[in-house]
Write a protein that binds this ligand. Structure first.
Ligand SMILES: Nc1ncnc2c1ncn2[C@@H]1O[C@H](COP(=O)(O)OP(=O)(O)OP(=O)(O)O)[C@@H](O)[C@H]1O
Length: 460
């Protein structure tokens, strides 16, 4: 992106320095020579036309730039609607929204077409007005010169010379107009790049990769966080996930569970005075993002899959992995047998967003991918919610045995929560209870009063 901005700015400056400035000098020299050769009255008339040309050029080009900006903005809306429809095709189908979306797209496209027409019209008007000024200049100048020839004030050869000089003036003037238009045109594009570059980046790496991370222990120290500065998503959250242990986060919707994951993964950074998050003793603000992502493996409830084969999607966890490694990961995620039951096995295409697979299959492929990555810390955001209890147990055991560091997961099922060494109960961004599963049940507090889907009669 920065490269594109640099190229755009560079070409605008090149245009300004190497074309517009020499052309202006060219015009001024030609004008002075013209005045010296002929007389100052003629020179003044020509100068007036030149001022009119430059003024019209500036005013009309700025107007055209405004319409160009409007057209570019509208040009961005139609692809957004298209992407939105493709991402939400399920919702559109379920709510019979096809007609509504078609109208939304048509309206947006029509608005774009209107602005495109306005822009093209402004271009024609600009060319017409500038051409008219040049014609009038030539006509007025040659009429005056011709009258002087008729009156015997100058020779016919002077008339020819006059036209030649005038042409020498008009040519750079015409070029100047084109350069100015090209300059403004590239500024409009550069503006969009600057707007994008001006957006604050949430995550900035302070150190180069290669920081020594002691172990996979996670520590949250008095962490408070707000997305928008208005509502508090987390308030004074403190906990520790020791190396080799598992911690489950439970709590009602909006209590802050995912926010803990996002902060841990570096998707958002904490202000200095809002607490600390440590991994292996290092403040994650000092851990470069690429190193952080090597340490952490995340699986979400609706994992994103590429429109490629199952093998490709699992292999994404470790680029250049062998088929044996991919198979081993699939086996740990209890997915190998299912994959082999497909006619094309690991070459089975998953479709756009993995649409040709069930929710549970998608989750198991994402878990296999994460296991192949072999991260030190694993974060599961209801990653097994679409699986039956026994498959979930199988996968949890596989994850626990393969993860050397710590395991942090969001649990909505009682059985998932019960499998953790320690449970944190969140309410409105605060940890309101903590303890082992048995301790929490005995306490008769928030956890024991929470309702979980009854997935495992032994535990509920
Ligand atoms: N991107 C965001 N911008 C602004 N506010 C957000 C954003 N994401 C979450 N929030 C707010 O932060 C709070 C905590 O949200 P979070 O997603 O962490 O909850 P959660 O416990 O994971 O909920 P759920 O179980 O429904 O996924 C909520 O009040 C939510 O509205």
């Amino acid at each position: 992106m920065l490269d594109r901005a640099r190229t755009a700015i560079g070409s605008s400056l090149e245009l300004l320095i190497f074309n517009m400035v020499p052309t202006c000098i060219d015009i001024l020299v030609a004008l002075v020579v013209f005045c010296l050769k002929f007389d100052w009255t003629l020179g003044l008339i020509i100068f007036v036309f030149m001022v009119a040309y430059v003024t019209a050029s500036v005013v009309l080009t700025n107007w055209k730039a405004k319409l160009h900006r409007k057209m570019t903005e509208r040009d961005l809306i139609t692809p957004q609607i298209l992407a939105d429809c493709l991402l939400n095709y399920d919702a559109i189908k379920f709510f019979n929204g096809e007609e509504h979306e078609a109208t939304r797209y048509r309206d947006a496209y029509q608005e774009y077409q209107v602005s495109e027409r306005e822009f093209k019209r402004s271009l024609s008007i600009l060319r017409l007005v500038l051409g008219l000024i040049l014609c009038l200049e030539l006509l007025t100048g040659s009429t005056i010169a011709a009258l002087r020839v008729v009156n015997g004030e100058i020779y016919p050869s002077d008339f020819v010379m006059f036209i030649t000089y005038l042409a020498q003036l008009l040519d750079p003037l015409d070029r100047l107009g084109s350069f100015y238009q090209a300059f403004i045109h590239s500024l409009v594009h550069t503006e969009n790049l600057f707007k994008l570059l001006a957006k604050p980046t949430d995550v900035k790496d302070r150190n180069p990769p290669g920081l020594t991370i002691g172990n996979g222990e996670i520590v949250f120290e008095n962490v408070s966080f707000s997305y928008d500065g208005l509502c508090t998503a987390l308030s004074e959250v403190s906990f520790k996930v020791p190396e080799g242990s598992s911690v489950a986060l439970v709590g009602a919707s909006g209590s802050g569970k995912t926010t803990i994951f996002r902060l841990l993964c570096g998707s958002y950074t904490l202000d200095n005075d809002k607490g600390r998050i440590l991994i292996g003793g290092q403040d994650i603000r000092n851990i470069p993002q690429s190193q952080l992502m090597e340490l952490i493996g995340v699986v979400s409830q609706n994992p994103a899959l590429f429109d490629e084969s199952i093998g490709y999607n699992i292999g994404y966890g470790k680029f250049g992995s062998s088929p044996e490694e991919i198979k081993a990961a699939a086996m740990s995620a209890s997915m190998h047998d299912r994959i082999m039951s497909f006619p094309k096995g690991y070459n089975t295409e998953v479709g756009g967003f993995g649409a040709q697979l069930s929710g549970g299959e998608r989750q198991r492929i994402a878990i296999a991918r994460m296991l192949l990555k072999d991260p030190r810390i694993v974060c599961l955001d209801e990653a097994t919610s679409a699986l039956d209890t026994s498959t979930e147990k199988e996968i949890q055991d596989a994850i626990k045995s393969s993860v050397q560091g710590s395991l942090l997961f969001i649990a909505h099922r009682l059985s998932t929560a019960a499998s953790a060494d320690y449970i944190l109960v969140l309410q409105n961004g605060k940890i309101v209870e903590r303890g082992t599963y048995t301790e929490l049940l005995q306490r008769d507090g928030v956890f024991s009063s929470m309702s979980f889907p009854s997935d495992n009669p032994d535990l509920s």
